[in-house]
Design a protein around this ligand. Structure first.
Ligand code: GRF
Length: 201
């Protein structure tokens, strides 16, 4: 499957995909292209280093609709079949989601449906949860609300900070995102409403 990765910044999840691909762990995924919406995104450096083609489509100077149309046009030209949101910090339009229905994968740093949105670590700490984690899920029209493919939990320590929790969770994001991508690309995911089952070999 030809995969387009979308990122906004650091791109450590993108790097985790690259590393997994280089180790042969996502044989059904071809990391064909990176799209970033910020011209200084560090993810670009990772793409360059690993000779992955990339495109910058800035989002600050166009409407949400214009941005999504530009991305969709590019994805079509490149025959991209699966989209991964790897730290892509923007909401996509319903049209975008409908075009790639059940073919957009996102990684989120909480155990959804708890703490959706941009401040998951802060919200989890503020709430006082003892366990949080990360979720790889398909994207629907809501915010971090699509069907769940995979989750991993972590235990919060006394005195956990936003930064320490983010570090703790990130390690597991890097593990489950490539696994979820491989499942999606290999056609092993069976979707029934909100429920996802994984076909066994
Ligand atoms: C990750 O924690 C991801 O779950 C969230 O944003 C962060 C992006 O990190 N959506 P990176 O750019 O992949 O390093």
């Amino acid at each position: 499957m030809r995969v387009g990765v979308m990122a906004s910044g650091r791109g450590s999840n993108f790097q985790a995909l690259i590393d997994a691909a280089e180790r042969g762990e996502i044989p059904d995924a071809d990391l064909a292209h990176l799209i970033v919406n910020k011209k200084d995104a560090y993810a670009i450096k990772r793409a360059k280093k690993h000779r992955i083609n990339y495109t910058v489509i800035t989002s600050h100077d166009r409407t949400r609709g214009e941005f999504d149309q530009s991305v969709l046009k590019l994805l079509k030209e490149l025959n991209i079949e699966i989209v991964v949101l790897a730290g892509f910090m923007r909401i996509l339009t319903p049209e975008f989601i409908d075009t790639y229905r059940n073919r957009i994968l996102n990684i989120h740093p909480s155990l959804l449906p708890s703490f959706p949105g941009a401040n998951a670590h802060r919200d989890a700490i503020k709430y006082g949860v003892k366990v949080s984690g990360c979720t790889a899920h398909l994207v629907d029209e809501g915010i971090d609300s699509g069907p769940i493919i995979m989750q991993t939990s972590v235990t919060l320590s006394d005195g956990e900070t936003e930064e320490s929790l983010a570090d703790k969770i990130l390690k597991y994001e890097h593990q489950i995102l490539p696994k979820a991508l491989q499942l999606l690309c290999s056609g092993k995911i069976v979707i029934n409403g909100r429920h996802i089952k994984i076909k066994s070999d």
